[in-house]
Design a protein around this ligand. Structure first.
Ligand SMILES: [Zn+2]
Length: 256
């Protein structure tokens, strides 16, 4: 089985002791690509090094809604520069998080819209984070049409799911689909059009069953794909191959 982790955070401190081992484990056991998200300038530089060292690592840069309040002119200019130089494969994660409200909502919408405009200008896909803000996120995405992207770590309801598919976004499912209480989410996994889905770990967060509570790592995306295949009544390798193709359709073949 060949698989991709479409979203992880390898630049975070939780990987500082064994980052290379984690990456090697992933590529040695069937991983063919992963996307390590940068949520600030320091993380971008660390991920850039990983991209230079390993040929199938992708990276992105974007200010998370939690950090919208620190997204100023300097950050905006930096993002434009790396987008223009094609040093990133995507912009994100960006979006709205009205669950934690770590940044004021107006600030979140402001940072989200500026970054969407940059994505459009430089023709880069976006990675969307949304929590407790389905309506507002959908409204912003409707306003900025003509951008490709993925709703990462999908946990929203059916209405937003339909809206996202209609707007031509991909849906990325995380280890949450293996959690016992996630029946509603599994219904959406079942229903998800096969040409729209792929999978992620969101490492170091969200370890799937049977590793809950432990630091997550890209290799564990296998467990999420396994669960999705079970739910959809499909062969695991078939599903994984289709998901890999979807990932490449969105992010392109890597030539960083
Ligand atoms: Zn993330």
């Amino acid at each position: 089985m060949k698989f991709i982790d479409s979203h992880c955070h390898l630049a975070m401190d939780s990987f500082s002791e064994d980052r290379d081992e984690v990456i090697k484990r992933f590529f040695n056991e069937g991983g063919i690509a992963l996307l390590s998200v940068s949520t600030n300038i320091d993380e971008f530089y660390l991920n850039k090094k990983l991209c230079e060292k390993y040929s199938n690592i992708y990276t992105s840069l974007g200010w998370h809604p939690h950090d919208a309040k620190v997204f100023g002119k300097r950050e905006e200019d930096f993002l434009k520069q790396v987008a223009e130089k094609r040093l990133i494969n995507a912009i994100g994660e960006i979006g709205l998080d009205f669950y934690y409200d770590n940044s004021p909502r107006e600030e979140q919408i402001r940072a989200f819209e500026i970054q969407l405009k940059i994505a459009k200008k430089y023709n880069l896909p976006v990675i969307i984070h949304t929590r407790d803000a389905d309506k507002e996120t959908a409204a912003v995405l409707r306003k900025h049409k003509g951008i490709k992207g993925v709703i990462h770590c999908f946990t929203s309801g059916e209405e937003f799911f339909n809206e996202a598919v209609k707007l031509d976004y991909y849906i990325s499912f995380s280890g949450i689909i293996t959690f016992p209480k996630a029946d509603d989410l599994r219904k959406l996994v079942k229903k998800a059009p096969i040409d729209r889905v792929f999978f992620e770990t969101d490492s170091p967060y969200l370890s799937p069953v049977p590793f809950r509570g432990k630091r997550n790592e890209p290799l564990r995306v296998k467990h999420t794909i396994e669960k999705a295949a079970e739910v959809k009544g499909m062969d695991i390798s078939t599903l994984s191959n289709i998901a890999n193709q979807n990932f490449f359709n969105l992010f392109g073949k890597n030539n960083l």
